[in-house]
Write a protein that binds this ligand. Sequence first.
Ligand SMILES: *Cc1c(COP(=O)(O)O)cnc(C)c1O
Length: 406
Amino acid sequence: MKLPWSLECSACGKTRGAEGLPGVCDCGQPFLVRYPSAPPLGARSHLGDRPWTMWRYREWLPLADGESPVTLGEGGTPLLAVERVAARHGFGDLWVKEESGNPTGSFKARGLAAAVTRAAHAGVRRLVVPTAGNAGVALAAYAARAGVAARVYAPASTPPVILTQIRSFGAELVLVEGHIGDCGKAARAYAADTGAMDVSTLREPYRIEGKKSLGLEVVEQLGWTLPDVIVYPTGGGTGLIGMWKAFGELAAAGWVRGPLPRMYSVQSAGCAPVVQAFRAGAEACTPWPEPRTIAAGLRVPSPLGDRLMLTALRQSGGDAVAVTDAQLVAAAEQLQTLEGVDASPEGGATLAAALELKARGVVKAEQRIVLFNTGAGWLYRDSAVNISPLRSHAHRHSRPGRRHLR
Ligand SMILES: *Cc1c(COP(=O)(O)O)cnc(C)c1O
């Protein structure tokens, strides 16, 4: 079938039709989807009747007329005002886009729903992905939903609950001694051998489109206005690139006015290739030699989307900051204990970065700032370790006994 959108290389500008199984351009760089026309402003009125999943924006997404997506109800997550955290740190207008309620517990659901939808419509029977964790869970679930086979390459150091989740959806899981870059090599070799489709970040054009829905949702939830500041925990960069594409498309279509948000990347000090390249004024990242952080989603030493990320950060007037694992864990705990948000380490990193940016005077107290809790904290926890003996002791003694009731 002839699809209405086309693909444009993000580096050399070469274009092609969207038929078949598009990978990267011959020049090695990612393709981006270009639509023939933007939805007219009047299309906003259809939204009232549609359920809160990311597919409510189907005119902005790679879905042809009459096609159905492969969906588990992804998207439509809450945008929470976090007033207690804001008050503690002197912010006036602080929000968290709470992505942990997505199917499979992370915002990876958005990208993989879009990629698996296109692959299924193209007749693909076998998919493969290298992962730092959550992309593997999402692929496993969406492949099951589409009735196709999935293989996942993950570092042996991936949090155990995440590995269990990947297996539970019936995917073939291969553990690799190394990081996601090593998993990527293995996945590409498997794809070359078997004809499986590689749905790695930016090796196909549709995960970015799914992540675009994050930006569309934030804007709709803010009454069709743009926030001032986006703080995004950056690994492969799909969310950063996707949201920047969303804001650009919304502005070009006249759906929003005013300056686009400043995009800020946060990485862990133990793996910060984007921060390093941004600071150096470089166009691309230098691979990070020994990526080390408990924030598995940020353990991406050599992202394929480096050029696109650096462009988004610079065009938006943003910046890139590194925070230590101690900082991101402490910030995640604040989101948990002060707000009840089940923050992942990556989600914690966005609050840690906001504090850092405010301390430096880069962001101001009155600005509207959106943080992203990209995944659920429980995926990273070993429950046996987490219930501290001290706490259970305290609970036992605070429970009212008979004597108190008499
Ligand atoms: C994958 C992941 C990230 C990083 O997202 P990218 O789009 O690859 O930059 C951040 N947080 C969590 C929880 C993730 O799973």
